[in-house]
Design a protein around this ligand. Sequence first.
Ligand code: FO1
Length: 316
Amino acid sequence: MILAFAGGVGGAKLAHGLARTLDPSALVIAVNTGDDFLHLDYFICPDLDSVLYKLAGINDVERGWGIRDETWNFMETLKQVGGEDWFQLGDKDLTTHIDRTRWLTEGQTLSDVTHALCQQHNVAHAIVPMTDHRVGTIVDTKEGDFFFQNYFVRLRCEPEYTGVHYKGMEDAEPSPQFAKAMSNPDLRAIVFCPSNPFVSIDPILNVPGVSIALDKTDVPIVAVSPIIGGQAVKGPAAKMMAELRLPVSPLGIAQHYGELIDGLVIDKQDSNLADEIRAAGIGVHVTNTLMKSAEDESNLAQETLKFATTLARKKV
Ligand code: FO1
């Protein structure tokens, strides 16, 4: 059994590769919910939806979020009447938010609701929220602190990033399926998908109980670098690394995760950094990490899983 940690676009792509490679019983995808927020009275879970739509094969490739062949009648009408239009909700996507909000209001947990949405879309693999509690990632910048979507969408990640903190995290605990996966005796590896380490993977690591479970685990933890040739494929990871004065390369990713990871998968473009990362005690596998097709996603998933079998969990 494999446990993957995933955020948005990059995470969804590798999660898809893992889902194409592994049986539904052999994969749990724990997804960041720090980006979730209430907007127009709808409960929006962008990363859960990115993974869901990707595995369902209905994701919009160009935008990287939402559903393909989307229509925008609701947004256009909302704009005409002077409503809040900074966060785009497509007509098809809206169905997910309406269902989720109704079911949560009726008292179901986010895990239950996510399972129901998976069933709606015939997704058999387990996509689970990192927690069923309401938590929020707050981005600290030189211009002040902002709720994640304010920073990401409204401010287009422009303010200089200095760190994050979380709202509601102290009361949170891992969702039941996530907790079960971390202590499953059949667990073989934990994979950090190539998602933003600061605002996608770190929130998952900060759910109380997760770092203790990872300390205890005997299985290797492997990360896939979201940085290729000095750039993030999508999103602000490279900008954030530069603002934190980290090397904008897999070396910076290795420095960030440090002793937590046993191995790092890096792109061929960055092969010159392999020895330096190995010298820090982290195993390295060099391959093509740019996922442009479903075949790339499966290849990267298979290479990552094979690499994991060569690693032993460091005892720190
Ligand atoms: N990202 C944007 O840049 N602009 C949007 O208007 C926007 C709307 C949106 C609606 C639903 C959804 O699931 C995602 C949406 N995203 C939008 C993406 C989202 O902000 C990010 O993908 C994640 O939060 C970062 O992983």
